[in-house]
Design a protein around this ligand. Structure first.
Ligand code: CU
Length: 142
């Protein structure tokens, strides 16, 4: 199956200029890691509650030197990951970041995080204000 991607993207950019984006972040959590580990992964469900496509293209947090969007994949039985690139979410659609798939790669941790701690992560969108979400440190998914 072939998608006419350039056309879709152009339409998305044009529509975004006219309508307000509204990104909702739900069930946001960070997997707890042993002390000393400064590279963590965050997960959440990102929902586009607006009436125009939302393009997510980055994230940041004061608690980490670098936050990026990653995707895990399996290659010859080895678990790898790669940058996600721009992520477009259609109106009323959701994208799930979960273990084994998409995740927020949290590098260069600035403080010790324990189960129950909250971390604020700003999600950057190509147009609009993006979203601020509170991720909770947990042992397992909410
Ligand atoms: Cu990663």
């Amino acid at each position: 199956m072939r998608l006419k991607l350039p056309g879709l993207l152009f339409w998305g950019v044009a529509a975004n200029a006219l309508a307000a984006s509204h990104l909702v972040v739900e069930q946001a959590w960070i997997r707890a890691a042993p002390p000393g580990v400064t590279m963590l992964a965050g997960y959440a469900t990102l929902k586009n509650a607006g009436d125009a496509p939302v393009v997510i293209n980055g994230a940041s947090s004061v608690d980490f030197g670098d936050v990026s969007l990653h995707e895990s994949f399996s290659e010859n039985g080895v678990e790898r990951m790669r940058p996600l690139g721009d992520l477009t979410i259609a109106p009323n659609a959701s994208v799930v970041f979960a273990p084994g798939g998409k995740h927020f790669m949290l590098m260069d941790g600035k403080r010790e995080l324990r189960v129950g701690d909250a971390v604020k992560i700003h999600i950057v969108t190509k147009s609009g204000p993006g979203a601020d979400a509170e991720f909770r440190v947990r042992d397992t998914a909410p």
